[in-house]
Design a protein around this ligand. Sequence first.
Ligand SMILES: Nc1ncnc2c1ncn2[C@@H]1O[C@H](COP(=O)(O)OP(=O)(O)OP(=O)(O)O)[C@@H](O)[C@H]1O
Length: 245
Amino acid sequence: MNVSPLLASRALCAGYGDFQALFGVDFEISPGEVVALIGANGAGKSTLLKTLTGLVPLRSGSVSFAGIDVSKTPAHALVAHGLAMVPEGRRLFRGMSVEDNLRVAADHARPVAANARPWTLERLYDLFPVLAERRRQAVETLSGGQQQMVAIGRALMTQPKLLLCDEISLGLAPKVILEIYEMLPVIRQAGTAILLVEQDVTLASRSSDRFYCMLEGRITLTARSADVTREQITQAYFGVKHEVG
Ligand SMILES: Nc1ncnc2c1ncn2[C@@H]1O[C@H](COP(=O)(O)OP(=O)(O)OP(=O)(O)O)[C@@H](O)[C@H]1O
């Protein structure tokens, strides 16, 4: 059975002023899938993420999320439809406690069905027990890894169908990165699809079902993570187009 994609772009072009950053990008992620987006600095990953979420306008092509035309929907309204972002740099509400950061997000949550099991503070504290210990602390007093957990928790409190994670490993120690990445399967089992924008290619392919590689605003490789070779990734990352799987 073919499942319709949750998020899909077709022939997407976008840019800034005279500069075109994305050229005909076809991208999709299905419900419950974990997809990674990799590429060197400046390849266009953040721009793609921003265009998929309506923060950068389309020049041509289309983006749909859960059947909604993203170009006709204000970015903030997409949250209520189930699209949540863990932004690069986390952007937590400084001066507010861990718990208040999480509670604020709940005010913008997607309505969930009566028989669904929503993300609650208790459930998040089970996922990241250290946040329960620090619930009353101001977020800026937390370590970088703990702040990243709050950023993920805040996004989950909006009850997303899709969690977009922009370089969540950036600047964190390897042990902390693993702690956070180990939680992704739990989030996915709860029914949330995940898009990981990641600089670390090994981590990205190990943690995803499929991935896309970008180079200079174009997709140069799309593959099932289990099927792709190191050489194919290297070529796509630096310059030769491949289609696998
Ligand atoms: N606000 C902006 N104004 C003008 N050009 C921009 C802007 N943001 C990004 N760009 C340019 O668009 C291109 C793609 O940048 P983007 O940030 O999307 O790449 P990236 O793959 O996310 O890189 P990084 O990993 O460094 O974040 C780059 O050439 C970048 O210089």
